[in-house]
Design a protein around this ligand. Structure first.
Ligand code: MG
Length: 383
């Protein structure tokens, strides 16, 4: 049996992971559950999955959580609680949202665990530091992001030295085909209406700006050690081809399925085996078409900004991520416009100081600094 720690179990990825685990109860055993604040969902999950320990990042909620979990379940509360449940399982699923997931990534890798990584921000913001931790004996990262899961699967068709390039597919989001001038007045609801994937709000807005794809370019570079010149993005509105790897002989291997996150989650939990229950299997009895087109970098400048931050390296990806999280939060509160998200990121990146992170503290500091600058940029653009 594979023991699993589900960190960030109450969000979009976390609840789908519970689905996967419940589909093969004799295969997976949940030893720990953790969330930021959602104690009610956590309590229900604890009764269903019977973990040894549950963790809540907000310490004030711990006494209430004690009342919601089955008797005998250990309850941990406080900022370090999520990292504390990330060291003692065969697989640690990091499904925490945003930069707050960094301690979980570090704890799992430093303990030599397999990290099923849904929290891309920790790898992107802290790349050099995470790579050090990844060298710990036993430690490995299996990505949960659907594109990187696809690449992870495709790459098994050849050797690392035989990879010519990675092609990341992008759905294009709700505004595909629109011009920049048409997007000045888009509402939060319009930006949240993703055509193919059902995700949390941060990820959904990031998909509408293509910043999500930009973060994924950096993620691919960090995960697979491929040069930025060899990571391409292609828009594929059906979200059936989840990404592709081209090998030196010209062969392109792709992974296809319906858009269902339970497939990449199951892949990361079962790896190197395959999950026994299918999610997202395709029905080929009906006619279908798969379209591909180049991304519109003028309308979606966030993609280019992400390449720029990736190539700058050091803490620039941390700055990119921090500026974006602040800008997206301001957009979700209707403080700034959708087009201002890119402006805020651009302005913050212009201030980047070229620091190279060699510790988590340096990354946290870079994150804090970039957030300050982003908040000022937001204030200047407040409507
Ligand atoms: Mg993705």
């Amino acid at each position: 049996m594979t023991s699993v720690s589900l960190v960030g179990s109450t969000g979009s990825i976390g609840t789908q992971a519970v689905d996967v685990i419940e589909s093969e109860r004799d295969r997976y055993g949940v030893v720990a559950l953790g969330a930021a604040t959602s104690i009610d969902v956590l309590g229900v999950q604890a009764h269903r999955l019977r973990p040894d320990v549950v963790a809540i990042a907000d310490a004030d909620l711990a006494p209430k959580l004690e009342e919601l979990v089955p008797p005998g379940t250990e309850v941990l509360g406080g900022p370090a609680a999520l990292a504390d449940i990330s060291r003692d399982a065969d697989v640690v699923l990091n499904a925490v949202v945003g930069f707050a997931g960094l301690p979980v990534t570090m704890a799992a890798l430093e303990a030599g665990r397999r990290l099923a990584l849904a929290n891309k921000q920790s790898l992107i913001a802290a790349g050099p530091v995470v790579q050090q931790a990844r060298a710990t004996p036993g430690a490995e990262i299996v990505p949960v992001d659907s594109e990187h899961s696809a690449i992870h699967q495709c790459i098994r068709a050849g050797r690392a030295a035989e990879v010519r390039r990675i092609v990341l597919t992008a759905s294009g989001g709700p505004f595909r085909g629109r011009r920049a001038s048409e997007l000045v007045d888009v509402t939060v609801d319009e930006a949240l209406a993703h055509p193919t994937w059902n995700m949390g709000p941060q990820n959904t807005i990031d998909s509408s700006t293509l910043l999500n794809k930009g973060l994924e370019v950096i993620e691919a570079h960090e995960l697979f050690g491929v040069d930025y010149d060899d990571v391409d993005v292609v828009v594929h509105p059906q979200s059936i081809v989840h990404s592709m790897v081209e090998f030196t002989d010209g062969a392109t291997i792709a992974q296809l399925s319906d858009p269902d996150m339970r497939l990449p989650i199951g892949y990361a939990l079962a790896y190197p085996e395959r999950n026994g229950v299918a999610f997202g299997g395709l029905d080929w009895s009906a006619a279908r078409r798969l379209d591909f087109e180049a991304p519109d970098l003028e309308t979606f400048p966030c993609l280019g900004l992400a390449y720029q931050a990736g190539r700058l390296g050091g803490t620039a990806p941390a700055w990119l991520n921090a500026a974006n999280e602040v800008a997206v939060a301001a957009f979700l509160e209707s403080v700034i416009s959708w087009t201002a998200i890119a402006d805020v990121i651009r302005e913050v990146l212009e201030e980047h100081d070229g620091t190279t992170p060699n510790s988590v503290d340096v990354v946290i500091d870079a994150d804090r600094r970039a957030r300050e600058l982003a908040r000022r940029a937001v204030e200047r653009r407040a409507r």
